[in-house]
Design a protein around this ligand. Structure first.
Ligand SMILES: [Zn+2]
Length: 119
C-alpha cells in the first residue's frame, strides 16, 4: 500500500490544507484563502496608516514652507550670476531666477560674478 502524502500546511496559520478547503496560490506558496484574505486586510491597514503618516508629514512640510515664505527668512545662495538687470533687480544664479528685494544692496554685481561674499 503506497504511503499517503502528507497534507500541506498553510504557511500563514500552520494548519493543514485539506481537500475541499478554499485555497489560493501566491507564487509557489499555497495557503488558505481565508488566511490570505486576512493577511491582505492587515497589510492594507498598515498601508493606510503609512499613507496617513506621509500625508501628515507633507502637510507639516507645506505649512513650514509657507511659514518660511511669509517670514522672509534669509537664505544663502551661491553660484555664478548668469543674468542680471540692475533696473528691475532681476537676477539669475545658476538656474534660479528671482528679484532682489529693495533693501538688499546690489553692490557691483556683474554677469559671471561668483556669488559668495562679494565681487
Ligand atoms: Zn491558513
Amino acid at each position: 500500500m503506497p504511503e499517503a502524502e502528507p497534507e500541506p500546511a498553510c504557511p500563514l496559520c500552520s494548519k493543514p490544507i485539506r481537500a475541499g478547503m478554499g485555497t489560493a496560490r501566491v507564487g509557489d506558496t499555497l495557503a488558505h484563502t481565508r488566511c490570505l484574505a486576512g493577511q491582505t486586510r492587515l497589510r492594507s491597514v498598515e498601508l493606510e496608516e503609512r499613507a496617513a503618516e506621509l500625508v501628515r508629514r507633507a502637510m507639516r512640510a507645506t505649512a513650514e514652507s509657507a511659514q518660511l515664505l511669509t517670514e522672509g527668512t534669509p537664505v544663502v545662495l551661491t553660484g555664478g550670476l548668469t543674468a542680471f538687470d540692475a533696473a528691475t533687480r532681476r537676477v539669475k544664479v545658476g538656474v534660479i531666477d528671482f528679484t532682489v528685494p529693495d533693501d538688499v544692496p546690489l553692490g557691483d554685481l556683474r554677469l559671471g560674478c561668483p556669488i559668495r561674499d562679494s565681487c
